[in-house]
Write a protein that binds this ligand. Structure first.
Ligand code: ATP
Length: 259
């Protein structure tokens, strides 16, 4: 056993995880989800979702593949062109990238909205506080005064002036039913999901097959770089992006990539 193998699951602080560990990103995401569960912002089932994602990330080589980078650039262009862009936050997203989502919102003029599969008022409040602690100005999702059609009552709840009215919505790590229901509302849907075969990326206008801890900062970099671009340039980036090819590229990499 090497020293690396001895990095335990219960490190107190993420600074204790050696940055040169061959599975650094995996250890970091696991640690952040554990802290999220302890703080009451992530449901225990979030650990299972993370485990699933971790297996796909291992097969992708834990890197942003070129087609994912193209998807992240197209997603940034969509958010910049949108009239009412909204970034949806669930318990895993809040645990993994709270400050990074606040930065993306700032770079694109988007709103942040808490939207939970296992919804309780306590978790919504805890996540909103956690986002504010990480730099978010305004957090939606507390009103829950509108419903997504064709979903059961609890999972359908959204803010009337948030996701319900959004023209472009980013839904990372979203379950397939809700992604499909949002798709039927004719919104431009951007999904971040490490499994290209999952229903959520399959219905997305822009499927991003990448770890959220890499995808969100990269989208922010693209958005900042494109901040002064004119509408024609942003539309050309969107036109050039091929969603089918992005899904195929990711699946090919997962099935046959070198490790
Ligand atoms: P569906 O309902 O769409 O068929 P599912 O049941 O697999 O999908 P969930 O388990 O609800 O979906 O959601 C977890 C999804 O998020 C998985 O597809 C997993 O690969 C992905 N995921 C988990 N962690 C990450 C991460 N850090 N970055 C990106 N994607 C992730």
């Amino acid at each position: 056993m090497t020293d690396y193998d001895s990095v335990s699951a219960d490190v107190e602080d993420e600074e204790e995880i050696p940055a040169d560990h061959p599975r650094y990103q995996d250890l970091l995401t696991r640690h952040r989800i554990e802290r999220g569960v302890e703080k009451g912002i992530t449901h225990l089932q979030g650990m299972h979702a993370e485990g699933r994602g971790s297996a796909f990330d291992y097969l992708l080589g834990e890197e942003t593949i070129p087609s994912a980078d193209a998807a992240e650039r197209a997603a940034a262009a969509h958010l910049l062109l949108a009239d009412r862009p909204v970034l949806s936050i669930n318990g895993n997203v809040a645990a993994l990238v709270p400050g990074e989502m606040a930065e993306l919102a700032d770079a694109t003029g988007a709103d942040l909205e808490v939207n939970l599969f296992n919804r309780t008022p306590e978790r919504i409040e805890a996540i909103a506080d956690h986002l504010r602690d990480h730099g978010a100005d305004d957090v939606k999702g507390l009103e829950a005064d509108a419903r997504i059609p064709n979903l059961d009552h609890q999972r359908a709840k959204v803010d009337a002036d948030g996701i319900y009215a959004a023209d472009v919505v980013l839904v990372p790590l979203e379950d397939g039913d809700r992604a499909e229901a949002l798709d039927e509302m004719d919104k431009t849907e951007i999904v971040i999901d490490l499994n290209p075969l999952s229903r959520s990326p399959q219905v997305a206008d822009v499927p991003i097959v990448d770890n959220i801890i890499r995808a969100v900062p990269n989208m922010t970099d693209h958005a900042r770089e494109l901040a002064d671009a004119d509408e024609a340039t942003l539309r050309a980036i969107i036109e050039d992006f091929d969603r089918e090819r992005a899904l195929e590229d990711a699946e090919k990499r997962i099935r046959s990539g070198d490790l």
